[in-house]
Design a binder for this molecule. Structure first.
Ligand SMILES: Cc1cc2nc3c(=O)[nH]c(=O)nc-3n(C[C@H](O)[C@H](O)[C@H](O)COP(=O)(O)O)c2cc1C
Length: 178
């Protein structure tokens, strides 16, 4: 698949068919996450995959914007201990969080290329998820990706035009000293 097609065609999908997602597919998605860039190549992340409907339903209790039980979920977590070892305070407090976003987009693009729908969410109770999934204190769930075979795909929300967001050579290069 053409990369531009994948970047523009991916949508946040929140409604899925009942079709189950197999282990190989889920592994391939996590592998795509692992190929994301990370600050100092720390790879201070952990991916917790859920396919058990009972557990997924419990997660839904802590995720206000989520109404349908998706066939699978991936929590992308930071490993704050590893991030600190590899990158000190900056690694622990900033870099590893940015890295999870990079991993999330990789996973979503890989899923799209495989005909799957995804949506990344921040709207869940971190502490409750940590307890539910028995995560140690230094493993913090940062982003949740829900996924499955799309039942319906929303229209693409408009993007802000380039004229509004693109600045050449600085914010205002006209009065820059030579
Ligand atoms: C950091 C981040 C957090 C998000 N959190 C939520 C969320 O909690 N609930 C939700 O329904 N969608 C969430 N989204 C999805 C956005 O609403 C969606 O990406 C945006 O509306 C653009 O639509 P598109 O992804 O189809 O292009 C989140 C997206 C990002 C990048």
């Amino acid at each position: 698949m053409d990369i531009t097609e994948a970047i523009k065609g991916r949508r946040s999908v929140r409604l899925f068919t009942d079709e189950k997602i197999n282990k190989d597919t889920l592994e391939k998605l996590v592998q795509a996450g692992c190929w994301a860039p990370s600050g100092s190549n720390a790879q201070a992340w952990a991916f917790v995959v859920l396919t058990d409907e009972k557990v997924i339903k419990k997660v839904l209790r802590f995720s206000p914007g989520l109404f349908q039980v998706p066939p699978a979920m991936i929590f992308i977590c930071t490993d704050r201990e590893r991030a600190f070892q590899k990158g000190g305070e900056l690694g622990r407090d900033v870099m590893c969080l940015l890295d999870t976003a990079m991993a999330a987009e990789n996973i979503m693009l890989q899923a799209y290329a495989m005909g799957l729908g995804t949506c990344v969410l921040k709207g869940f109770d971190q502490k409750a998820v940590q307890i539910l999934l028995n995560l140690p204190d230094h493993i913090v769930p940062e982003l949740l990706i829900i996924l499955g075979v799309p039942k319906s795909v929303p229209k693409a929300p408009k993007r802000r035009p380039l004229e509004e967001v693109l600045y050449w050579e600085g914010w205002d290069s006209s009065d820059r000293e030579e």
